[in-house]
Design a protein around this ligand. Structure first.
Ligand code: SF4
Length: 434
C-alpha cells in the first residue's frame, strides 16, 4: 500500500510514528505524500484542549477531502486513548483507530481497512512492551529522539498523560543500547533522550534510577557526539546525574528541567512533589557544577488559585535565574484531572495577560543571553540548508524547541562545524565559519 503518516504532538509520539512506519516498511508498504496515499495515518496528540482541537480539525480536513477513491483514514495516538471507539462513531468515514500501546499491530489495521472493514484496535493490551522494530526516522538523519521510558505515575494534578499513556514503565537497558548502536550505524550523531520523566529511568524495572549509568554506557558508543537530556523532573534529579553531565564530554551541557511554577502554594496544588527551596538549591548546584550549562524549563500560568503574588514571584524568579529557554503554557482544565475540581479557576483574559508578561520577560533575557555569545566560537551541527544559508544548532539548542545559529560558506547537513558568533537577535545567532 502507499502509506502516508502525519505525526502530531511531542517527540515521544514521533517515535511511535517512526516505529509504525518501520513496521509497515517491514511488511512491504511504501511511504508517499498524503495526496498520493491509499492509507493516511494521523498520529494524534490529546494532552490539552488545543491539541485535541488540532487533532479533530486535521481529521475533519482529511475526511472532507476524501472522496470514494480517497485514502483509508486511520487515527493513532493519544486521541484514541482519550476517546476510544467513540471516535469511529463521531467521525463518519473514519476507517480505523489504534491505541498507543498497539502500534505494532498497525499492519493488521491496514490489512483490515483495505478489506473494507472498520478496525478498532483501541483496547489496551494486558502486557505493555516496547517495539523492537527498526524505526523509519522522521527527523533529519543526523539526530534522533530516543525513548527510554513511557507513561507516568507522578500524577501532577493538572495532567492527563498518566491516563493516556499508562503507568511509568522503563525500557530494557540492553534494548536502548542496541537501538542506539543501530541508529549510529545509520549516521545518527546526536541522541535526544525522552520520556515523560527521564530522571526516573529504571525505578520500576531495576528498583533504582539508572539514568547516569545509561548515559555513561551510551557515551561509549563510537560515533555519538552529543547526548541530550529532555524532560528531567526536578524532584528526581540526583547528584550522580549532575556529576555525570558535568564530567562526560559527550553529554550536552544542557538540561531541560520543567518546574512549572515556583510558588510553594501552587507547586503543592499541582502535586509537583518539590518546594521552591529545593528547586533553587538544585538550580544553584547545576549552575555551580556544570560550566556553561544551558538551562531550559517549562512554566504554567493561570493554574487555579494563582494569586497576583504567586505570579509576581514566578516573574521575579525567571528574571533572577535567567533560563536560556522557557516553554510557557497556559493552564487548561482537563476533564478527569484533580485540578479541574479546584475552585478559583483563573479567567482566560488573566491567563493571557500573565502569559504575555512572562513571554516578554523571557524574550528580554534571551536577547541578553544571546548577545553574550558575540565573539565566541561555537561547535554546531548543521540541520539544514535554507536559501543558501545553513541552519545549525549549538550544544545549548535542542531540536525544534530552542534557538538556531545561521551561517554561510561551505558545509554539509549533519556535519559539525565551528561558527564565530557575530550577531544575535531575540532567539537566534548569526556568524561565520572558522
Ligand atoms: S511528570 Fe507530571 S506533567 Fe509530566 S507527564 Fe507526568 S504527570 Fe504529566
Amino acid at each position: 500500500m502507499k502509506v502516508s503518516l502525519i505525526s502530531l504532538g511531542c517527540p515521544k509520539n514521533q517515535i511511535d510514528s517512526e516505529w509504525m512506519l518501520g513496521r509497515l516498511k517491514e511488511q512491504g508498504h511504501r511511504f508517499v505524500k498524503p495526496y498520493n496515499a491509499n492509507i493516511l495515518i494521523i498520529n494524534t496528540c490529546a494532552f490539552i484542549k488545543p491539541a485535541v482541537d488540532e487533532s479533530f480539525e486535521l481529521i475533519e480536513e482529511a475526511l472532507v477531502s476524501k472522496d470514494k477513491n480517497g485514502p483509508k483514514i486511520i487515527i493513532a495516538g493519544c486521541l484514541v486513548e482519550r476517546y476510544g471507539s467513540e471516535l469511529l462513531r463521531k467521525f463518519d468515514g473514519l476507517n480505523g483507530i489504534i491505541g498507543v500501546n498497539r502500534i505494532m499491530d498497525i499492519g493488521d489495521v491496514v490489512d483490515k481497512v483495505c478489506r473494507g472493514e472498520n478496525a478498532d484496535f483501541s483496547a489496551r493490551p494486558d502486557r505493555l512492551s516496547f517495539p523492537e522494530v527498526e524505526r523509519s526516522l522522521l527527523s533529519p538523519r543526523h539526530y534522533a529522539y530516543l525513548k527510554i521510558a513511557d507513561g507516568c505515575s507522578n500524577r501532577c494534578s493538572y495532567c492527563k498523560i498518566p491516563s493516556l499513556r499508562g503507568e511509568y514503565r522503563s525500557r530494557e537497558f540492553s534494548s536502548i543500547i542496541k537501538e542506539t548502536s543501530h541508529l549510529v550505524l545509520q549516521g545518527v550523531k546526536e541522541i535526544v533522550l525522552v520520556a515523560q520523566d527521564t530522571t526516573l529511568y529504571g525505578i520500576d524495572l531495576y528498583s533504582k534510577t539508572r539514568l547516569p549509568e545509561l548515559l555513561k554506557e551510551l557515551s561509549k558508543i563510537k560515533g555519538i557526539r552529543w547526548l541530550r537530556l529532555l524532560y528531567a523532573h526536578p524532584a528526581h534529579f540526583t547528584p550522580e546525574l549532575i556529576e555525570l553531565i558535568s564530567e562526560n564530554e559527550k553529554v550536552c551541557k544542557y538540561v531541560d528541567l520543567p518546574i512549572q511554577h515556583i510558588s510553594n502554594r501552587i507547586l503543592s496544588n499541582m502535586n509537583r512533589k518539590i518546594s521552591e527551596k529545593q528547586i533553587r538549591n538544585l538550580i544553584e548546584k547545576l549552575k555551580n557544577t556544570i560550566p556553561d550549562l544551558a538551562l531550559r524549563t517549562e512554566l504554567m500560568v493561570g493554574f487555579p488559585k494563582e494569586r497576583e503574588e504567586d505570579f509576581e514571584k514566578l516573574v521575579e524568579f525567571i528574571e533572577e535565574v535567567k533560563f536560556d529557554w522557557i516553554g510557557i503554557f497556559k493552564y487548561y482544565s482537563e476533564d478527569g484531572t484533580k485540578s479541574s475540581l479546584l475552585s478559583d479557576q483563573i479567567p482566560e483574559e488573566m491567563k493571557e495577560e500573565r502569559y504575555n508578561i512572562l513571554f516578554e520577560s523571557q524574550r528580554e533575557t534571551s536577547f541578553e543571553k544571546n548577545n553574550s555569545f558575540i565573539g565566541r566560537n561555537l561547535t554546531c551541527i548543521v540541520d539544514k540548508k535554507v536559501k543558501g544559508k545553513f541552519e545549525c544548532r549549538g550544544e545549548r539548542d535542542a531540536p525544534e524547541i530552542d534557538g538556531l545559529i545561521y551561517t554561510s560558506g561551505d558545509a554539509k547537513v549533519g556535519e559539525f562545524i565551528n561558527v564565530k558568533i557575530e550577531k544575535a537577535d531575540d532567539y537566534d545567532l548569526y556568524g561565520s565559519q572558522t
